[in-house]
Design a protein around this ligand. Sequence first.
Ligand SMILES: NC(=O)c1ccc[n+]([C@@H]2O[C@H](COP(=O)([O-])OP(=O)(O)OC[C@H]3O[C@@H](n4cnc5c(N)ncnc54)[C@H](OP(=O)(O)O)[C@@H]3O)[C@@H](O)[C@H]2O)c1
Length: 249
Amino acid sequence: MSTAEKVVCVTGAAGYIASWLVKVLLQRGYTVKATVRNPSDPKKTQHLLELGGAKERLHIFKGELQEEGSFDSIVDGCEAVFHTASPVFFSASNPEAEIVNPAVEGTLNVLRSCAKVPSIKRVVLTSSMAAVVCNGKPLTSDVVVDETWFSDPAFCKESKLWYVLSKTLAEKAAWDFARENRMDLVVINPGHVIGPLLQSTINLSMEMILNLVNGPVAKFLRKIEMQLHMETYFPAKVHSAPVITERMI
Ligand SMILES: NC(=O)c1ccc[n+]([C@@H]2O[C@H](COP(=O)([O-])OP(=O)(O)OC[C@H]3O[C@@H](n4cnc5c(N)ncnc54)[C@H](OP(=O)(O)O)[C@@H]3O)[C@@H](O)[C@H]2O)c1
């Protein structure tokens, strides 16, 4: 089968990381079924439609994480599913309803759809270092953080780290579901991701860096003529690397 006949799905495709992932997958010749919450909003779709190969091999669908079964028909016929969609903000008036539940229920909703489709060989979940390191233990120089680490939900709740809690519980739910359903699941746990944006809107991880660059510290550094150097890094290629197994932090 040529890669053009290979169909993959990317959830939350208009997002910062997912847009790069869609770009890489199209470059590699895949047909991509991309889900966004509002397909009629050009701010969410225009940059995707302009990607190389999009005219021929990109299909955009509406995908809302908490609509039970809404991913069934989208993942049907896919070979792999990349689940990146998740609320990425730190505070809300009702954090359980706005951050935690969409992440956890949404992940299970997508995985349940995947489990119904025998053609799906692998599901790749975008988790986070947030789901790894937040357990209250001090990260001293003798401590080795590895793929056995999970953030502690009780610590996250006590510390009101709602985004961290959402990523931790969503990843744990995904591993439980994958084990029970013998699903080939791979989890990517990126740290803070920065680099060029494909979309016209700014996402949180880039906004945080821009705030540093434009904020009081940067103003001070500019005053004393110090230069800031930013490394760019994006994990899109890591997501689609065939050699990864289990948890990649
Ligand atoms: N950026 C980082 O530094 C970083 C680090 C580690 C892990 N991650 C993880 O990487 C993934 C993507 O993050 P990002 O930085 O690319 O953020 P982003 O640009 O804000 O993308 C998040 C995507 O999730 C979608 N989404 C949120 N709630 C949804 C819902 N209820 N139903 C359907 N879609 C929903 C958003 O859809 P709309 O476009 O419709 O709003 C958006 O496309 C997330 O899982 C995040 O936790 C990010």
